[in-house]
Design a protein around this ligand. Sequence first.
Ligand code: AMP
Length: 140
Amino acid sequence: MSETIFTRIIEGQIPSHRVYEDEKVFAFLDIAPLSPGHTLVVPKEPAATLDALSEESAAAVGRVLPRIARAVMAATGTRDYNVLQNNGVAAHQAVPHVHFHVIPKPGDARGLGIDWPAGRLEAEDGKRMAAAVVAELAKG
Ligand code: AMP
């Protein structure tokens, strides 16, 4: 786990607009917001991607996400929003330190735009895939 700019923000070496902090979580405004109030919720543990994050840090982030979302929506007067969490360069992750974007969606022109090239899950493929995932989960 190598240090990123987010570790330096958490440690106060780089300034940020902090909105929340506890023992395991830090949240601050995104410097390049997709809409006003765009916030990043970051575990202090410097895991690069979600699958590498400890259950303790994941639980700490999950516990506080709804409260931060409520606060951001109330502060911006927005009702709709997206929570986005990218893992890996191909998945649009620029900073390899786990973070959840809370992005208000005030209207069509602002917020997260989504390209959603939906396919169709065939019954046999679904059966096979579900069994593969279940088998992986059983490994612990
Ligand atoms: P991602 O593409 O999911 O890795 O998103 C990284 C986010 O970090 C981007 O939305 C950036 O605008 C944001 N970001 C990068 N550097 C800073 C910074 N110094 N302060 C606040 N946000 C930042």
